[in-house]
Write a protein that binds this ligand. Sequence first.
Ligand SMILES: [Zn+2]
Length: 252
Amino acid sequence: MRRAWIAILVAAMWSAATAEPANKTFDALISAYPDKIAGFNLTEIVWRDGARQALGPEEPDKSFDRLVSDASIRDMFRMRYPAFAPLAAPPEDFDPGRFRNKAFFDRLYGDCRKGEVAPDLVDVEWLPASWGHKVRIARRAADALRAVSAEIEKLPQWVRRAAYPTAGTYVCRGVADRGQPSMHAYGAAIDLNLDYSDYWLWQTHGATPLVWRNRMPPEIVTAFERHGFIWGGRWYHYDTMHFEYRPELNPH
Ligand SMILES: [Zn+2]
């Protein structure tokens, strides 16, 4: 009898130890997209329209290439995004946010190749006092982007300068090296001033190890990170003008 109780106790402790981090992880999806995601269980998430989508298998040895080209929902949370950390060169293949499940984002924003994304884009006036041009952004990310704009307007001119003119928001195309949809294809990303930009593919033509470079001021990175965006400069495969709206990885 006592042995049975110990077994139950151990089992309970084990499930608490293993299940809790996963639960917290998938809770972030509900918090980020409460209008779309109703819940989850051990194997799938449940969308509000009743659709169910597999979290994907636990694959501790999944290769980096497969994580980038064929990420499951589970894979999206493999690397914790280091919001507000000092700006520094990331470790090799540390790309938090680059593992995106295509089916998930197609369901969230629509598939741009089927014309499903463009109707839900809205105009945001970017830096109205400093620059004042409209950018097209997914409705879901628009309020956050307006809040970022207001914060950047308060920064000194020499810092603000890196944030305009913008180099693009919505584009119906894939990531340059993979052909997978980027967050630009969902209207949920913005590229800032090209003259302050560093991108791993431009500088190395794919040669490794990569040498991280950055000219994006930390104040601008912080302004975005305060509102649910993540920054491409925190990736080993860096893209320093690039910010994308990923509240599931960076709650705000
Ligand atoms: Zn970009």
